[in-house]
Design a binder for this molecule. Sequence first.
Ligand code: VGL
Ligand code: ZN
Length: 209
Amino acid sequence: MINTKLGDSDLLLVIDVQNDFCPGGALAVTDGDAVVPVINRLAEGFGHVALTQDWHPAGHSSFATAHPGSAAFDTISMPYGPQTLWPDHCVQGTAGAAFHPQLDTRRAELVIRKGFRAEIDSYSAFYENDRRTPTGLAGYLRDRGLRRIFLAGLATDYCVYYSALDARRLGFDSIVIEAGCRAIDLAGSLDVAWTAMADAGVQRVGDLA
Ligand code: VGL
Ligand code: ZN
């Protein structure tokens, strides 16, 4: 069991709660908007909250439309490894890239944008998909003395998963709050994600009281 008494070195990292990942959005996650009231409640218990925002330029290389002959959800080979292709989503400045209107962003201390380089995708809040180009979040957390990172948001099996693994890899305690997450679940990706997270020492809690 983890100690869920929250303190000053704990941060809630809210991943990509944006319109395009919610019902009606371009890359809608089933029931994605259900995380909003959960995350709003969770955030009240934390002294520190940070948000991530998927933030792609038009024509981004992760979009199927940028690869003639390919379709959304195909996997292609990129210089940094395999890349799933997505419908156009979270284009900078569009309504789809905005946070869900009911997400309470007031207490967020940091918004970290990712996926803004045209040639590389970024699932993780910490690194681009080459697993080497940092976003700067680790430095921020270290400078602020934040050591235990609780994660919630969209999607469990992509951006939450990669962020949770990287947090652990960087030496932070990493805890995924299941009630605050929903998954894309593409070809078994959710099971893969939970198994890999457990193997890496990422903790999983159903909810916080
Ligand atoms: C995400 C696919 C593409 C996510 C972002 O937030 O999980 N998934 N871009
Ligand atoms: Zn994206």
